[in-house]
Design a binder for this molecule. Structure first.
Ligand code: PEP
Length: 237
């Protein structure tokens, strides 16, 4: 299972250091080879010493460096050895106005460097209500190299993100099967994942893991989620 934490615009450098320490301690002894923990902190909180999880970037500008005021370039990620990035998150599309063109540019930049790309797609409330989820998601995948070897696809319906209203397993399964027909990348689900629903979601055959926002912001809560589904814990007697 891939368990990914999107900390969004939460945590200072000091609080993320405590978060990283707590997570590292909770995962001490290593996690099972079948599991992987990814954490995306704010760029201002990147931590030089993380041991038992992979640190990723929520955002970057598709340039190594340059005159891009307020942005974080490839050189800045390299300083923290960050090679895992989120691209296409709905909050960046909707709130920060990231266009499909910029998203494709970011994808190309990351792919040229061989970075692991967690690419987020998901329909909005209107498309869901009109039963047009597949059409919506297919449009978001246009121009994206679905054969890129270090690709992870995260299906995150916009209406389920941060609302406490997760998609039903049937809808998740339907959309992951749709994505599976297009790509062999590991498929994640994201959208109000919590300790009560993670077991059912992780049990979907095509589901390789979850991308978690709110329920991951506290390291002990994220550890609880990890304990529900990780192979290391489930294989214990
Ligand atoms: C997210 O923002 O990627 C997300 C899944 O958030 P939440 O878990 O809060 O719905």
């Amino acid at each position: 299972m891939i368990l990914a934490a999107n900390l969004k615009c939460n945590h200072t450098r000091a609080s993320f250091e405590r978060y990283a320490k707590a997570l590292d301690e909770g995962l001490a002894g290593g996690i099972s080879r079948e599991d992987e923990i990814l954490v995306f902190p704010p760029a201002s909180a990147f931590c030089a010493k993380v041991k038992n999880f992979t640190q990723g970037a929520q955002n970057f500008y598709p340039a190594a460096h340059g005159s891009f005021t307020g942005e974080v370039g490839g050189d800045m990620l390299a300083e923290f050895d960050i090679k895992t990035v989120l691209i296409g998150h709905s909050e960046r599309r909707a709130i920060l106005g990231e266009s499909a063109e910029l998203i494709r540019e970011k994808f190309g930049f990351a792919a040229a460097r061989g970075w692991r790309i967690v690419f987020c797609i998901g329909e909005d409330e209107a498309a869901f209500a009109q039963d047009r989820s597949e059409e919506f998601v297919a449009a978001q995948l246009e121009g994206i190299d679905l054969k890129y070897p270090s690709l992870v696809l995260a299906y995150e319906p916009v209406w389920a993100i941060g609302t406490g209203r997760s998609a039903q397993c049937q809808q998740i399964e339907r959309m992951l099967n749709f994505l599976r027909a297009k790509s062999s990348a590991p498929l994640l689900y994201g959208g109000s994942v919590n300790v009560a629903n993670i077991g059912g979601i992780a049990g979907i055959a095509s589901c390789a893991g979850v991308l978690v926002g709110t329920a991951s912001w506290d390291a002990s809560k994220f550890l609880e989620l990890i304990r529900v589904v990780s192979h290391r814990y489930t294989s214990l007697p």
